[in-house]
Design a protein around this ligand. Structure first.
Ligand code: TZP
Ligand code: MG
Length: 206
């Protein structure tokens, strides 16, 4: 769970999520999460199968839906605080699958870690329009606090753009996820490359 993490968004996508994911992988993304909030289960299954076949050599996760993740042999799931608890998800998925949990604060981060989450999705760092129920931005200070207790990798997301990304990767994020700042642009591949540079800049000028 290092480097760039990409989440699909069929509402924001200009050329379709399959094209976005191909470009994201070409640009060096290491993790792809299939996140779909409005399609039928059957449509999701079909899309997830296609994505599974595209995501060779990168980690492929499914948001919320453990059934879809199991059906397409995804590498794991990403769950929110209102989804099935980690203990139940672990029983269903087995010990080898990845379970990522969204944490908005230190308490949620500590609990998720204790319960056996494989990584934390810490969000929203900044204001985001992409997820209507994302909650209040937690800011850089809280991200730093959470990263200090974090024994498991931290994926930072929510409102990340080219202006603030370096600060985020220097504040303890192992991985970053950017949705709108990338999908707003016509060339997803080129845009993701710019974010990838932030990880190089962290080590050279940090
Ligand atoms: N979960 C927390 S914030 C978020 C999700 C899926 C959306 C982040 O999108 P953006 O456009 O990079 O702010
Ligand atoms: Mg969820």
């Amino acid at each position: 769970m290092k480097g760039l993490y990409f989440i699909t968004d069929s509402r924001l996508s200009r050329k379709g999520i399959l094209s976005d994911v191909r470009n994201a992988i070409k640009a060096g993304v290491r993790v792809v999460q299939y996140r779909e909030k409005s399609k039928s289960t059957r449509e999701m299954l079909e899309e997830a199968l296609l994505l599974r076949s595209i995501c060779r050599g990168v980690t492929f996760l499914v948001n919320d839906r453990i059934d879809i993740a199991l059906a397409v042999k995804a590498d794991g799931v990403h769950l929110g605080q209102g989804d099935l608890p980690i203990s139940v998800a672990r029983k269903l998925l087995g010990k080898n699958k990845i379970i990522g949990i969204t944490a908005h604060n230190l308490k949620e981060a500590r609990i998720a870690q204790k319960q056996g989450a494989d990584y934390l999705g810490v969000s929203p760092i900044f204001l985001t329009k992409t997820k209507s129920d994302a909650g209040k931005p937690i800011g850089i200070k809280k991200l730093k606090e959470i990263s200090k207790i974090g024994k498991i990798p931290i994926v930072a997301l929510g409102g990340i753009n080219l202006k603030n990304v370096l600060e985020v990767v220097r504040s303890g994020a192992d991985s970053i996820c950017v949705i709108s700042a990338v999908l707003d642009k016509p060339d997803v591949y080129r845009e993701i490359l710019k974010f990838r540079k932030a990880f190089i800049d962290r080590s050279s000028r940090g």
